[in-house]
Ligand binder design. Structure first.
Ligand code: AGP
Length: 608
């Protein structure tokens, strides 16, 4: 996510803002910028790259004198990392300056309307549209202009705003993307997160959705988006500085698991307009989508597991043949690719060497490559023919969770888009799928409420030696990811097996007390998986099952059942994976490991 810091008070603003941004570096970013009112005008400086580049540019803020300022570290969503796309963004005269964290879903339509009214744009960002829209509505009253803009925009935002003709005021607004306001004897602050201002104050106000703050050097006022004044109570922060970076979570992995509802929302909702799926940058015309004869999905690790799920979803929903490969195999097996094949590569980091080579291999064979990537402007994003960005924000923990969920959501959108274009999904089924898809974030939120129950169960397995995950169809794909999560952060040996395959050898490893996680979310395969549960129970296994709420019969066979809400079977992975991520997390915590930095692993494997 982007980082925002603002200050207005008795002290020089630039050093405070830059230091605050450095406390937010953990949030991940690719460019940074700052704006300061120097007594006459607002001076803005910004640069791609690390914060150090901006610090050098501003001599650590010394060459930007002034008592009010806003700063930003950008995690690119719209437009590659560059000086031009870095925040702050301004209106043409530079008299209105904005920093933003979030996604303005209707920025293109707003940009078109402003262009028709004579506005021009220097960057590719949605944020610059906000700055110009403020200019459009501005007639000397900042609060009025802000509220008019907030009534027009759709999506998520945390905003810091300065108006050159109101130098004694600083404004902030929030919807979905977090933003806090701080007040101390030295002045008033805004920040995306507590660490940025913890040095100056532990008394903060959390802005709620569609609330606006007006900061002066010695006071803060709050308003609704209808300009009504409101009273807010401050919260006292008792975290230590390190805990604050994780917003109070012990590890980033848990924080990122808890971000999954928003991650899925941010990935799907900007692509659904009036019930239709619009994937900008897909790079494939409807004719090309209709002509696809086969899809090759290539990725590594967890990203590969989303590809295994996508195979079941696309083949089941659309009857298009799908091959799934781990990139390290794909790139050396001289894959047989035909001209109407589509290659889809999946990568959170966009830097995985094997996956990048798969892009090159496919393009060398004359195929179009679509990349599903989380990091804007990454190598894979730049070399693929088109990119479907997941908007999961920076994922810090080595074990992926929220990016995995965003990748699944991306595949669902692609499958539904393909199904509509190819006339395979009728209106009724499309509407049904759309309802299930849009329900996923709330259902994920619901599953997060099982945290304590899962933690209690996980504590019983910190000493486990072997854990097996079994399932059929999409349940098998879910087991693949559940097993990898457990292995990579708890170092417990685990295997995922197609439930029907266990009896062909591996079942010999099942001993009394062996933990078997049976995933049974697929209605058509439920009875079969139930019989596989009986098979392992007969050999003494302890079975934890994951099933859809209501399938009570599974309690007759399994020793422990985690239920997920009802969804379309094609989307079950998005729900079933949540308890499995939490299970792996709590086993690792129970073993006292550094969950975010597992031994031998890197967040991005940029070597073969
Ligand atoms: C996931 O928990 C692992 N850290 C790893 O398998 C990862 O998914 C794999 O290395 C692929 O990374 P990418 O998505 O950045 O390409």
């Amino acid at each position: 996510m982007c980082g925002i810091v603002g200050y207005i008070g008795k002290k020089q603003a630039a050093p405070i803002v830059l230091e605050g941004l450095s406390k937010l570096e953990y949030r991940g970013y690719d460019s940074a910028g700052i704006a300061v009112y120097d007594g006459e005008k607002i001076v803005t400086k910004k640069a791609a790259g690390r914060l150090a580049v901006l610090e050098n540019l501003t001599h650590s803020g010394e060459n930007m004198p002034g008592f009010s300022g806003i700063g930003h570290t950008r995690w690119a969503t719209h437009g590659a990392p560059s000086d031009l796309n870095a925040h702050p963004h301004t209106n043409k005269e530079g008299t209105i300056v904005v920093v933003h964290n979030g996604i303005i879903e209707n920025y293109m339509s707003l940009k078109t309307k402003l262009t028709d009214k004579g506005y021009s744009f220097a960057s590719e960002t949605d944020t610059e549209v906000l700055a110009q829209l403020l200019d459009y509505y501005y007639s000397g009253n900042p609060l009025q202009a802000i509220t008019k803009v907030l009534h027009r925009v759709e999506g998520s935002y945390a905003l810091g705003i300065m108006f050159a003709d109101h130098p004694d005021e600083l404004y902030a607004a929030r919807k979905e993307s977090p933003l806090i306001v701080g007040h101390s004897d030295e002045g008033c602050f805004i920040a995306s997160d507590v660490p940025a201002i913890l040095k100056y104050t532990r008394s903060v106000y959390y802005l709620d959705n569609q609330e606006i703050a007006m900061l002066k050097a010695d006071q803060v006022s709050f308003f609704t988006v209808d300009e009504e004044s409101i009273e807010k109570k401050p919260v006292t922060i008792d975290w230590d500085a390190n805990a604050a970076e994780k917003a109070g979570y012990e590890f980033f992995m848990l924080k990122e698991i808890y971000e999954e509802p928003k991650t899925v929302t941010d990935t799907i909702s900007p692509r659904i307009r009036d019930g239709k799926i619009e994937i900008e940058g897909l790079g494939l015309t409807d004719e090309e989508l209709k002509a696809i004869s086969r899809i090759h999905i290539v990725a590594c690790g967890s990203a590969y597991h989303t590809g295994v799920t996508a195979k079941y979803v696309i083949e089941g929903m659309l009857r298009i043949p799908v091959e799934v490969d781990v990139a390290s195999e794909f790139r050396y097996r001289d894959p047989i690719l035909s001209k109407n094949d589509l290659v889809i590569v999946v990568s959170q980091s966009g830097e995985t060497a094997d996956t990048l080579e798969a892009v090159r291999e496919s393009k060398a064979k004359g195929l179009k490559v679509l990349a599903i990537v989380n990091v804007v402007g990454s190598s894979i994003a730049r070399e693929a023919d088109s990119v479907f960005y997941t908007w999961a924000g920076p994922e810090i923990s080595v074990a992926t969770t929220k990016a995995y969920s965003a990748q699944l959501a991306a595949f669902y959108l692609l499958a539904m888009k393909l199904g509509r274009v190819r006339g395979v999904i009728d209106d009724k089924r499309y509407s049904e799928l759309m309802d299930y898809l849009c329900a996923l974030p709330d259902q994920i939120e619901l599953l997060l409420g099982q945290k304590e129950k899962i933690q209690h169960f996980a504590n019983r397995y910190v000493a486990a030696k072997d854990v097996f995950f079994i399932g059929r169809g999409i349940d098998y794909a879910i087991g693949l990811e559940g097993s990898l999560k457990l292995k990579e952060i708890s170092y417990i040996h685990s295997e995922a097996y197609a439930a029907g395959e266990l009896k062909h050898g591996t079942i010999s490893l099942i001993e009394p007390g062996t933990l078997v996680v049976a995933v049974a979310t697929q209605p058509e395969l439920f009875a079969k998986t139930l019989s596989n549960i009986k098979e392992v129970k007969a050999r003494g296994a302890f079975v934890m099952a994951v099933a859809e709420r209501g399938r009570k019969e599974i309690e007759k066979e399994a020793d422990y059942v985690l239920y997920i809400p009802h969804t379309d079977p094609f989307f079950a992975n998005s729900l079933a994976i949540i308890p499995l991520q939490l299970f792996a997390y709590y086993v690792s915590v129970g073993k006292g490991y550094d969950v975010d930095h597992p031994r031998n692993l890197a967040k991005s494997v940029t070597v073969e």
